[in-house]
Design a protein around this ligand. Structure first.
Ligand SMILES: C[C@H](O)[C@H](O)[C@H]1CNC2=NC(N)=NC(=O)C2=N1
Length: 112
């Protein structure tokens, strides 16, 4: 159980600060299975989860949907046969907030 999984997302205001380079370096180290992507200038966290079939991929997707609704912070999700790609970023600030790292850590916990 990492420190991130014990945290709650804060309401993400449009003027909330993006993570600094130093914060990014520290936080990404806490979620070693996640990578950083930049799309249309927006920094995002991304991980691909593998499953035995589509039904298991969909079951994980539904658990993730429940988590997102509980925290009111939502990911990008691509669900395919045997694979779910999860992408976290904060729409309101067009970048990465600490919320995204909390949600990435909580996403990993869904596998437990
Ligand atoms: C209207 C706005 O989309 C909502 O306030 C919430 C919903 N879920 C969200 N999810 C993410 N990832 N970023 C947001 O900025 C966000 N905002």
């Amino acid at each position: 159980m990492s420190a991130l999984t014990e945290m709650k997302c804060e309401a993400c205001q449009a003027d909330a600060p993006k993570v600094t380079d130093e914060e990014l370096a520290e936080l990404i180290g806490m979620i070693p299975d996640w990578g950083v992507e930049v799309r249309d200038g927006i920094m995002q966290l991304e991980r691909v989860y593998k499953f035995k079939n589509f039904r298991l991929a969909m079951a994980f997707t539904n658990k993730l949907a429940d988590l997102a609704e509980a925290e009111f912070h939502h990911p990008g999700i691509l669900t395919e046969w045997g694979k779910v790609t999860v992408t976290w970023w904060s729409h309101s600030i067009k970048g990465l907030h600490k919320n995204d790292f909390i949600m990435a850590a909580k996403t990993d916990q869904l596998l437990d």
